[in-house]
Every structure is written in structure tokens, then in C-alpha cells.
Design a protein around this ligand. Structure first.
Ligand code: UP5
Length: 190
């Protein structure tokens, strides 16, 4: 379905590393469409679809929702878009996610933008966020961090071994981080 000219960039990093803060800036400056896997799943919860309760329970426990659900939502969103450039934020979170996307959507990422941030800073940011998320409490944060280190870091390491990771030091101000992001995306400048 997708043309060879379709560009996908995965945006990864621990919970609270700044993915959702930086992605709208990439949209604004470089004309990508932002697909946040967590937001697509949240919309499923809110639409009270048949999988909504199950997705809610996975999120509350910090667990990774089965790939078939997430990949389907991402694929639909891509098909509904007129754009050919996508930043996919917060996905793939484990090897199963990665393999499912490559097998079903059949696109390999152009590169992986990796927001590297120490654990203490991630916890501090999430506890400060205070927007009523079901998973922003000290108990779930511990679980999310464990899942991140055990399941998502290996995906980042996999892409790193293919020379595809652009690592950004995410423990600086929003503007300083975006300066580095801009140089990574320079070739897509309109
Ligand atoms: N902040 C941001 N940048 C800052 C900076 N440079 N300096 C100081 N403060 C900064 O930022 C978090 C907070 O930090 C904000 O208050 C921000 O102002 C501040 P944000 O940009 O929101 O960080 P982000 O990395 O987007 O954090 P988020 O918590 O949204 O990331 P997660 O990866 O945990 O959330 P996501 O929505 O992707 O996933 C939630 C759950 O959904 C998962 O745990 C899982 O259960 C499920 N899920 C799946 O199962 N599969 C998927 O594919 C995706 C999600």
C-alpha cells in the first residue's frame, strides 16, 4: 500500500524523556505527521471500543499492548493521511512490536530518534506533570521504567547495531534539545 517514498522515523526514549514535547516541533518545522502510539491507544479507550477496557488495563500496569492492536491503529492512521512523512512516537516498544510493524506495514524506519535521559530525571518529570494520567503515579512509573529498560532499550540497541540511531541528550532544556533534533532532521528542511 505505501509508496517507496514513504518516510518513517521512530521516536523512542523512556517515559517522560520529552517525545510528546519535541514531536509537535518536528511537525511544525519539517512537515512530518506525528503519530503517537500512546495517544492512538488512549483514543481507543475513550471511544469505548471493544478493546478499550483491555487497553486501559495494560496502560494502568505500564504493560505493552499486543502488537496487532497498535500496528493496526498506526497503519490506519498512515493510510488516512495525505502525508508521506511520519514520526511515530513511543513505538516500537519491544521486539514483537518491531517485527510486527516491519512484517505488516513493510516499511523500515529512516532512522530512530532516541531521547536519552537518566532515570531520576524521567521520574521527576512524570511526577511533576500532574495531568491526571492513569499511569502517572509512583507505582506505575516504576513498572513503566522496568518495561522500558527490559523491552524497549533492546529495540534501540537493535537499531543502533544497524547504524540507525540518532541519540540526543534529553536532559537539557526543551530548546537545547530541539537544536539537536533540528540538525538530525536538516535534510528534510522544506
Ligand atoms: N518535559 C519535556 N521535556 C522537558 C525538558 N527538556 N526539560 C524539562 N521538562 C521537560 O514530557 C514529560 C514531562 O516532562 C512533561 O510535563 C513535559 O512538560 C516535561 P513528555 O514530552 O510528555 O514526555 P514523553 O516522552 O512523551 O512521556 P510519556 O509519559 O508520554 O511517554 P510514555 O512513553 O510513557 O507514554 P506513551 O503515551 O507513549 O505510553 C503510555 C502507555 O501506553 C505505555 O506505558 C503502554 O502501556 C501503552 N503503549 C503501548 O502499549 N504500546 C505503544 O506502542 C505505545 C504505548
Amino acid at each position: 500500500f505505501f509508496q517507496e517514498t514513504t518516510v518513517v522515523v521512530f521516536v523512542l526514549g523512556g517515559p517522560g524523556s520529552g517525545k510528546g514535547t519535541q514531536c509537535p516541533k518536528i511537525v511544525e518545522h519539517f512537515g512530518f505527521t506525528h503519530l503517537c502510539a500512546g495517544d492512538l491507544l488512549q483514543a481507543e479507550i475513550e471511544s469505548e471500543s471493544e478493546n478499550g477496557t483491555m487497553i486501559h488495563n495494560f496502560k494502568k500496569e505500564g504493560k505493552i499492548v499486543p502488537s496487532e492492536i497498535t500496528v493496526k491503529l498506526l497503519q490506519q492512521a498512515m493510510q488516512q493521511s495525505d502525508n508521506k512523512r511520519f514520526i511515530i512516537d513511543g513505538f516500537p516498544r519491544n521486539e514483537e512490536n518491531r517485527a510486527a510493524f516491519e512484517n505488516i506495514v513493510k516499511i523500515k524506519p529512516e532512522f530512530v530518534l532516541f531521547f536519552d535521559c537518566p532515570e531520576e530525571e524521567l521520574t521527576r518529570r512524570i511526577l511533576n506533570r500532574n495531568q491526571g494520567r492513569v499511569d502517572d503515579n509512583i507505582e506505575t512509573i516504576g513498572k513503566r521504567l522496568k518495561v522500558y529498560f527490559e523491552s524497549t532499550l533492546p529495540v534501540i540497541n537493535y537499531y543502533n547495531s544497524k547504524g540507525k540511531v540518532q541519540k540526543i541528550d534529553a536532559q537539557r532544556s526543551v530548546d537545547e534539545v530541539f537544536e539537536d533534533v533540528k540538525s538530525v532532521f536538516a535534510k528534510f528542511k522544506p
